[in-house]
Design a protein around this ligand. Structure first.
Ligand code: TMP
Ligand code: ZN
Length: 408
């Protein structure tokens, strides 16, 4: 057992927290917690008595409370439910979950396939083609999924990903840590390029990832770290897998703590607005980085209000459609869709999704079946749960009914 597990086990023995409904609110005083691999029991390791930012240590405050919702990629009726509360550090503008679920519960059986999105594959190919690498260079991707990015390289490559997703590139089936980085460096040498797309938001311990990048990166190498940006955060992207919603300020502080520098930043139009940070061992930040940092102090926290308004609107639309005898479906069995169903209480007849591994299952915590895209024709109204792929889906998919966007 790790230290945290030992503390949590001792606490469990003391307080006997019941699963989910017995959740201890700690009387308004928030504490760091960790759910154990046994998802039936919500256990807490309270070695902190107040919530401190996981990057800079400053106190945090709650900005959104979604209540207890099912794990968003657990496609069963009985998906375990845990609270989602988001707190923000006003010092480094890092939003973070108050409590975290053990990553091994969420990421080892993971249905997500990056290759199923032509948007992602095209973006990955463009990024790879821009790299100045030769045959003997070594490239590592953290969170390599099915190999959608690495497969475009013509040099030595290694993916790191703990999930059971079949991959067509050499992959270490583990969580990336500083320790693993040391092993990889010893066996393969330093990495000229490293990628970490949408992974540092998912990991409860970003310090080990950053320390691992420091360890493995070639002295002249570059690491690209992509993550949704905290500004413009949509409330339905708040779920257990996303422990962090990064700001450039927090990313620079984290990098600095581990002897790295954020030298550039690009705004990307994915996941409702992401940033690709360029990290090197040393260097000065471009105007783009400074500009992002400059704007972050004025980020507005309207998540709870947006959630209330969006849910009311959606319930109205769905009620009206049903009263008119229309059939309503969802499109995209996205994690966002699971959040939206759980928080709004809206009911749909089925959800279409092109992912073979999701078809035949149900939306997390519901009886709503997930079916292939050919069923879309049976619906009159489709709520686009996967709104982040709006253009790709609406341009490709033939649908005579009405598309409804979750965010107004
Ligand atoms: P995500 O927002 O969590 O990435 O999930 C998007 C979901 O949408 C994923 O399950 C795949 C699905 N999808 C389709 O069904 N059809 C499509 O054309 C695209 C782009 C995604
Ligand atoms: Zn902070």
């Amino acid at each position: 057992m790790t230290r945290v597990e030992t503390v949590a086990r001792a606490l469990y023995d003391l307080h006997c927290y019941a699963p989910d409904n017995g959740w201890d609110t700690t009387h308004g005083k928030s504490r760091r917690g960790l759910y154990m691999a046994d998802a039936r029991c919500a256990l807490k390791a309270d070695d902190d008595t107040f919530a401190a930012c996981r990057v800079c240590g400053a106190p945090t405050r709650i900005v959104a409370d979604l209540g207890s919702i099912p794990l968003a990629n657990s496609f069963t009726r009985d998906a375990p439910r845990f609270p989602v509360r988001v707190e923000v550090c006003d010092d480094c503008v890092l939003a973070q979950l108050e409590e975290t679920v053990d990553p091994s519960i969420m990421f080892c059986e993971y249905p997500y396939r990056s290759s199923l999105s032509s948007t992602f594959v095209a973006a990955a190919k463009t990024l790879v083609e821009a790299q100045d690498v030769t045959e003997n260079d070594f490239v590592v991707e953290i969170g390599s999924n099915d190999g959608y990015l690495l497969r475009h390289y013509q040099c030595r490559i290694l993916g790191v990903d703990p999930s059971d997703v079949p991959a067509d590139v050499p992959t270490r089936r583990e969580f990336f840590t500083e320790h693993l980085a040391e092993q990889i460096r010893a066996s393969h040498g330093p990495a000229r390029v490293m990628h970490a797309n949408n992974v540092i938001a998912h990991c409860p311990d970003p310090h080990t990832i950053m320390a691992g990048i420091k360890t493995l990166l070639d002295p002249d190498g570059v690491a690209y770290v992509e993550s949704p940006h905290v500004d413009g955060l949509a409330w339905d992207t708040l779920y257990h897998e996303h422990v962090f919603y990064w700001s450039a300020t927090a990313m620079c502080r984290l990098a600095d703590k581990h002897g790295l520098a954020v030298v550039d930043a690009e705004r990307l139009d994915v996941h409702g607005g992401s940033v690709r940070y360029h990290l090197r061992h040393r260097g000065v930040p471009t105007e783009a980085v400074l500009d992002l940092i400059g704007r972050e102090s004025s980020v507005r926290w309207t998540l709870d209000r947006d959630m209330t308004l969006d849910c009311e609107r959606l319930r109205r639309i769905v009620d009206r459609a049903r009263r008119a005898g229309k059939r309503v479906c969802g499109y995209g069995a996205a994690a966002k869709g699971a959040v939206l169903l759980a928080v709004s209480g809206v009911d749909v007849d089925f959800v279409c999704d092109t992912t073979p591994g999701k078809q035949g299952q149900v939306m997390p915590g519901t009886d709503i079946p997930i079916v292939d895209e050919s069923h879309l024709g049976y619906a009159d109204v489709a709520v686009l749960f996967a709104w982040n792929f709006h253009d790709e889906i609406v341009n490709r998919v033939e649908f005579d009914g009405e598309w409804v966007m979750p965010h107004g």
